[in-house]
Design a binder for this molecule. Sequence first.
Ligand code: NAD
Ligand code: 3PG
Length: 519
Amino acid sequence: MAITLERILISDPVDDVCANLLRSAGLEVRQKNKLTQEQLIQELQDVEALIVRSETKVRADILAAAPKLRVVGRAGTGVDNIDVEAATKKGIIVLNTPGGNSISACELTCALIVALARNVTSGCQSLKEGRWDRKLYTGEELSGKTLAVLGLGRIGREVAARMKGFGMRIVGFDPIVTAEAAAAIGIEKMDLPQIWPVADYVTVHTPLIPQTKNLINEDTLNKCKPGVKIVNVARGGIVDEKALHAALKDGRCGGAALDVWTEEPPKSEWLYDLIKHPKVIATPHLGASTVEAQKRVAVEMAEQIISLAKPGEAIPGVVNAPVLSALRIPSNAAWISLGRDLGNLVGRLYKGHSLSGVSVDIVTSGLDALSFMRTAVSAGVMAGRTENGLNLINAVLLANEAGVKINQTHEPNSSQPIVTIKVTGKISHTVSGTTRGGESWLLSLDDANFTSGVALGPNTLLFQGTNADVDCPNVIGALVKNDVMVTNMAVARGKSAVWIAVQTHSTVISPEIGGLKTY
Ligand SMILES: NC(=O)c1ccc[n+]([C@@H]2O[C@H](COP(=O)([O-])OP(=O)(O)OC[C@H]3O[C@@H](n4cnc5c(N)ncnc54)[C@H](O)[C@@H]3O)[C@@H](O)[C@H]2O)c1
Ligand SMILES: O=C(O)[C@H](O)COP(=O)(O)O
C-alpha cells in the first residue's frame, strides 16, 4: 500500500529541515503559522498532508472540511490536539515522531526538579529585583530524597536514570511495567496508594487519557507527605490545577513545576493565579523546545511522509493504523486481496440485509498470523455499504459502527495456508480461500467444496441451487440468453446446497440474471 502525496501544509513552527527534505523529494510545501480556524480550513482545501506541533487543533470539523487530506503528521509525541478517532473514521493516517523529543523533555524535567529543590527561579527573580535574600531561598538536597515517577515510558525512565545520579531513591508506577522490569532500571515499582506517603517529589510522564486525568488531585495530594513537590512536563490536566493551587496555598504542597497547562496559552484568571504563586515554576510548554529535538522530529516527520509513497518501507510513527506497516509489505498484497475478496463475498451473501449484530470470525491457518486480515476482511464486507470513503485505515471502525463484530484467530499447525471466515447472524455461512499466483481462490462455501478451487474476484458470480444436474443447465441458459460471456465455471456440492461459481468478463454483478439470484 503506497500513498502518493503532492501538497503539504505545515501549520506550526516545525524546523525548516522538514519542508526542505519534503521539497527535495518533489513535494509542494506551504509553511504557515498561527492560522485562524477559517484560514486553516482554506489552506487545507488542496493539501493531502498536514504537519503540526501542539498548537494547531485538528478537530473533527477541520478534518471534515479538508476534502483531500490523507495524512496528519505530528512533529512530536502527544497527539491530543488531533481528533484521532475522527481521522481514523475518515480514513486519514495519523503519524507522530515518538521518542524524537524524549531526551529534551526528560532534561527539562530534571532541570525543574533541581530548580524546585534549590529555589533557582525565585532566587534569580529576587536578585534581579535588587534583593539579596540568601536565607529566604535556602533549599534542600535531593540526595536521599524519594522521587516518584508516574509513567515509566520513554521519558519517565530517562528521568529516573538521571535523578538516580543525584542520589535519589526512585519509586514508580506504570500499569504495563512489571516490578522486575522496573527493578532492572533501578526503580522500585509500587502501587499508587504506597507511593503517596513516601514521595518527596512526584513527576508525571503519562499520556492524558481518562485514567490519568487529574491523577494528582485533592484526594491524592492529601495522602502525600506534607510539602510534597509536584512536576508536570507531560500534559495539562494530569495534575488538577485548582486542587494543586489550594494545596500550595495551605502548604500541603511545597512547590510545583509545570510546563504544560489545561489552557495553552493560559487565559483564565484562576490559572494565572496558579502561575503567579511564588512556589510555582512555570514554563510555556518548553519540553520539546531544543534545537536538537526540533531538528530530530522535523527530519523524522519528513522521512515518514516520504516513505509513505514507497511500499515496503517501515513507518515507525503510525498512530491510528497499527496494520499499516504490514499492509505495506509487497508479499502481503495477495493475502490482503484475498481478505477483501472473501469479505466482499460475505457482504454479497448478506445482500439486502443489515449487518447489525453479525459476527465475522476469521481463522488464518498454516500461515503467519496475518494480523492485517481483520482489516482486509472488514474492507471487503463493508464495500458498497458506506458513504464514508472506505479504506484500510477506517475499515474495522466502520464495520464496528455498522454493528459487525470481527474476530481473528490463528491456527499455526495446519499444513495448508487457508483463510476461513465464519459469518453468524440472520444468515450464517462459512467461506474459505487461499492465494495462488497472486490471485484469490475460493475453496469452499459452507459444506460445499470447489474441488480444485475457483478464482475469486469482482467478476466471479455465484448462484445457489439444490441439484447440480438441474441448476447448471439453467444457469448456463440464463447467462447465454443475457449475453454474459463466461470464462470459467465450477460447481461445489454440499449436503443442502449446490454452489455454481461463474467467471465472467463483467465486473458488474447484477442482482439476478434471467430470474436467477446471483451472489
Ligand atoms: N512537555 C513537552 O514538551 C513534552 C514533550 C514530549 C512528550 N510530552 C508528553 O510526555 C508524556 C510521556 O511521553 P512518553 O514519550 O514518555 O510516553 P510513553 O508512551 O513512552 O510513556 C507513557 C507511559 O505512561 C504509562 N501509563 C499509562 N497510563 C498510566 C497510568 N494510569 N498510570 C501510570 N502510568 C501510565 C504507559 O503505560 C506508558 O508506559 C506524554 O503525555 C507526552 O505527550 C511532553
Ligand atoms: O508531545 C510533545 O511532543 C510535546 O508536548 C511537544 O509539543 P510541541 O511540539 O508543541 O513543543
